[in-house]
Design a protein around this ligand. Structure first.
Ligand code: TXA
Ligand code: MG
Length: 311
């Protein structure tokens, strides 16, 4: 407990001085900085080697402070009540007098906001006088980090501090929904679209491959382990790692399980760790068996599809 307090204090001190620290969320680790500080936000982009036209998500403790920064609407309130804190990010209209750094939004008229659920990050946010901009804590286009050691692997000693909150429970990034107008899904994520649809009782336009320049983070190549990857494989080739969702009898050393019981939530939680491990084990390519395209399986397939664009 004492340790927790002192770690949160450490993270706060760095953030107050416009440095970056890594923070745990229920989805993936984030690379955090003061969202109101140009200095801090520029550091995030540099560390991640992220194109400056790819806007960041701003994280809040709760909805008390957000009306200083963005326009709230009925759909937002409905979803917030049901799903926040949790793995959903809302795109809302930015207020003109908001203090959010223009580097966060790339000078756009909208902002992405989210209320993370991890208790450590929540404790930290509660102690801050500003919201926190945080993209996933990985070098641009690579796999997100789901534990402190992954963050270390990505950035070495380049970041001041990692607030260690163990392994992320969900393991894939938040679902992104634009609700400035009719609801549009921009990224599959930890919260299933069917649940959102049920709550809003409205049609959700799936807009994940939009040419819309505002979400360049949804580039075709993303979430890549840096190896060729193919989906819907029935078997693996020689020297190819084989990623499975269900237990098989003919165990070969090339087999990696996302789940042994066809559990899609477990598979999502293990996805990035398994891909990282395969890379470390020096395989040259990856085959993945067919993943059912339902619930969080849609998110897994979205990530695999983007990773499969690696040549
Ligand atoms: O689960 C998550 O969302 C994690 C944790 C750390 O919160 N964060 C995360 O951030 O995945 P990042 O930066 O890796 O992905 C954010 C995505 C990017 O694809 C970006 O283009 C999009 O959100 N985005 C940010 N602001 C936007 C906006 N105003 N309009 C449309 N897309 C936006
Ligand atoms: Mg990311």
């Amino acid at each position: 407990m004492k340790n927790i307090q002192s770690n949160i204090k450490k993270a706060k001190n760095y953030l107050d001085k416009s440095h970056c620290v890594a923070v745990p969320t229920e989805t993936v680790y984030g690379l955090a900085g003061n969202a109101y500080s140009d200095t801090a936000v520029k550091k995030i982009f540099n560390l991640k080697r992220r194109p400056t036209n790819n806007p960041l998500i701003v994280h809040y403790y709760n909805l008390k402070k957000i009306s200083e920064d963005c326009e709230i609407n009925d759909n937002f309130i409905k979803l917030y009540k049901k799903f926040s804190p949790g793995p959903i990010t809302y795109i809302l209209k930015l207020k003109k007098n908001s203090k959010i750094s223009k580097f966060v939004t790339n000078n756009k008229k909208t902002v992405a906001i989210r209320f993370p659920k991890h208790p450590l990050f929540r404790k930290l946010l509660k102690n801050l006088k500003y919201p926190v901009a945080a993209p996933s804590a990985n070098i641009s286009s690579r796999l997100s980090a789901v534990k402190a050691a992954d963050v270390k692997e990505e950035f070495g000693n380049k970041i001041k501090f990692i607030l260690n909150g163990g392994v992320c429970k969900i393991g894939v990034e938040s679902t992104i929904l634009n609700i400035t107008n009719k609801p549009r899904l921009l990224r599959y994520g930890g919260l299933s679209v069917s649940k959102i649809k049920k709550t809003l009782n409205q049609k959700i336009v799936i807009n994940i491959n939009s040419k819309d320049k505002i979400s360049p983070g949804l580039f075709p190549l993303h979430y890549s382990p840096g190896l060729p990857l193919r989906m819907n494989a029935k078997k693996n080739k020689k020297n190819e790692a084989f990623v499975l969702l269900k237990k098989r009898e003919n165990i070969s050393k090339d087999i990696y399980y996302l789940s042994k019981t066809n559990n899609l939530n477990e598979a999502a939680r293990n996805l990035y760790s398994v891909l990282r491990k395969i890379k470390k084990d020096k395989y040259k390519s990856i085959a993945v068996e067919k993943i059912p395209n339902e619930g969080i399986g849609k998110t897994i397939n979205d990530r695999l599809k983007r990773a499969s664009n690696f040549k």
